[in-house]
Design a protein around this ligand. Sequence first.
Ligand code: SAM
Length: 221
Amino acid sequence: EGWELFRQLNRYMNEQFAPQDEVLASIRRSMEENGLPSISVSPATGKLLTMLVAISGAKNVLEIGALGGYSGVCLARGLGPDGMLTSLELVADYARLAKQNLEKAGFGGQVVYMVGPALESLEELVAQGSRFDFFFIDADKENYVHYLDYCLRLANPGAIIAADNTMAGSGIGTPRALGRRGEIMRQFNETVARHPALDALFLPIGDGVTVARVKAAKEER
Ligand code: SAM
């Protein structure tokens, strides 16, 4: 009952506020043709990413988990012409398809892919002294807390951190046992919610999106 209402509202959100245009539909088709799993963000989550990047005025965006480039295009759509997206992906074939899809969507000059385990790429970015204004975490769930640590190390003050799949099914707000993946997400959300350097909220959009803002040092308590 409650769960069905939630699903209905998400359907409504997807249909009314995030109807899929030809570019996004063609990305989903290309993924199907190439045998990629259909685990991209929901249309409404994609729209949320576009809006958050645009509203925050982020110039440097880091994505962890590219898959076929669906969320990559959504993030790039929020960027201004001088904005850049760096995207980390474990599977070289996925990164190749994502790159093609970003090129087709007109963002070829605004995206860089780093192939390999994200923890290694993140270490490289730290060593390079890179800084980002926006992070989207959407790779292997076990490493979400480690990705969060890296995001904090790579963040400009005021940066936004968004993470997908943090609802992990219908039980996240209940005392029910959630299974391994659910417990990982409960732990992740708790870490984000209690972190002194973050101001955060959980949004029940798609599979759940946790959004946090990195406070400026003077705001920390
Ligand atoms: N963000 C994508 C979208 O919405 O279009 C979907 C990403 S999919 C849920 C997760 C991706 O993370 C997969 O493409 C997977 O290959 C990648 N991945 C898994 N483990 C990884 C790791 N250790 N380092 C980097 N990428 C990883």
